[in-house]
Write a protein that binds this ligand. Structure first.
Ligand SMILES: *[C@@H]1O[C@H](CO)[C@@H](O)[C@H](O)[C@H]1NC(C)=O
Length: 397
């Protein structure tokens, strides 16, 4: 069979089409600069409306969208990035700093400063959030009362497929980052920084969420570096440095009598420096149907930590509505592998479990903790489990 010669397409035309299609692919990601909506990088002009306007455009578009925040300081009141959106690929790219009102009366009762609700497929990349929380902290510390609770700096609520990357969060009034009621969230390369004595400034709080990953982050703050609330499952934390702060904490659990449990949590390769706690599980000392199970703490270094390993089931702030009661929270299947370093107190391993529901399946493997260069002590109550490998202090299991 004879082969028909194909007409040859001149090179120049081919090249034209390649360039044309490359450009139209790029053009697909729409770009919204907050400057085009009136935001000013001067740290003073209220840019709240400009951010909200850029968000509604991106949210209403069906094409992938980038909201860009250039360098400079942008003063913002509360911004609600609300969904549901038509768009499932929105990138908020921050090169500058978002600045909260320094007067805590402005957003102190609003619960949140920046909140994303009911969104799917949102990435927040880069930038700095300056919560300017110092005024509220001193109000709270003055003990005069009548201070507002404060606002969380950044929250994702009821959202799926979220990425937070390369973000710095400074001096939040309350929690820095909250993940609540979400699925499939990746937090990576985040830096949280607030004074070691700032009240309730948790670094990252995860609750009622599944499939959250926190990687390669450095957290120094006045409360828990990471706190894990009821209803959290399939959480992975790896390569996190904590200090100052209250450590990585599962809890408080069992505050409510009816509460979802915490399941399948991995905390791997962590460093704690000068913190109040290292790896902690904490529950209220009162009835609840809550639980914590299948927890792995692996490869942790403690540097002068007050309570490196702690299960406390007798949490009862203010000694109100719990004294004399036992925690209902069932704690089971908790492994500590390769945990070493120094304790700032004599008792480095403390398991204070519920009398009614003792902890079960606690495993210690290769745990080596010292106090003043001597083996530290361990204390157990209502705790069952096994120790293997070298365990110092001698296990009390
Ligand atoms: C536990 O969580 C991890 C993610 O952190 C996930 O990959 C794994 O499949 C989960 N295991 C179970 C039994 O659900």
């Amino acid at each position: 069979m004879a082969v028909l010669p194909l007409p040859t397409i001149p090179r120049r035309i081919t090249l034209f089409f390649i360039i044309f299609f490359a450009f139209s692919a790029l053009a697909k990601a729409e770009r919204y600069s907050v400057l085009s909506y009136g935001a000013k990088p001067d740290g003073r002009t209220d840019s709240t409306k400009a951010f909200a306007a850029a968000w509604s455009r991106a949210c209403a578009s069906t094409k992938p969208a980038t909201i860009s925040v250039p360098r400079g300081r942008f003063y913002l009141g509360q911004v609600r990035f609300q969904g549901p959106c038509k768009n499932h690929a929105i990138l908020l790219r921050i090169d500058g700093t978002l600045v909260a009102p320094s007067d805590y009366k402005v957003i102190g009762n609003a619960k949140n400063w920046l909140i994303f609700e009911n969104v799917n497929g949102v990435t927040v990349s880069g930038g700095t959030l300056d919560g300017q929380g110092a005024g509220l902290w001193s109000c709270k510390k003055s003990g005069k009362g009548s201070c507002p609770t404060g606002a969380t700096s950044l929250e994702f609520s009821n959202s799926n497929n979220i990425v937070i990357t390369g973000l710095a969060s400074l001096n939040s009034q309350l929690f820095h980052i909250v993940i609540l009621g979400c699925q499939n969230v990746k937090v990576q390369g985040v830096k949280v920084s607030a004074a070691g004595n700032s009240p309730n400034t948790d670094g990252i709080h995860v609750q009622s969420s599944t499939g959250v990953t926190i990687l390669n982050s450095r957290i120094g703050t006045g409360d828990d570096c990471v706190s894990i609330g009821p209803g959290t499952s399939n959480l992975w934390i790896e390569n996190v440095a904590c200090g100052p702060g209250h450590g990585i904490s599962i809890g408080s659990l069992g505050k409510e009598s009816h509460e979802a449990g915490v399941q399948n949590v991995t905390v791997k390769t962590t460093t704690f420096t000068g913190t109040q706690n290292g790896l902690r599980i904490k529950s209220w000392g009162r009835p609840s149907n809550g639980f914590a199970r299948d927890i792995l703490f692996q490869h942790a270094v403690m540097n002068n930590v007050q309570n490196p390993i702690l299960i406390d089931q007798n949490y009862c702030p203010g000694e109100k509505n719990c004294p004399g009661q036992d925690s209902g929270v069932r704690i089971s299947g908790v492994s500590y592998q390769d945990i070493h370093g120094s304790s700032a107190t004599e008792v480095a391993v403390k398991f204070d479990c519920s009398k009614k529901y003792p902890c079960t399946g606690i495993k210690l493997q290769d745990v080596r903790l010292t106090y003043k260069n001597q083996p530290a002590e361990a204390s157990c109550s209502n705790t069952g489990g096994v120790a293997s490998g070298l365990v110092q202090p001698t296990s009390c299991l």
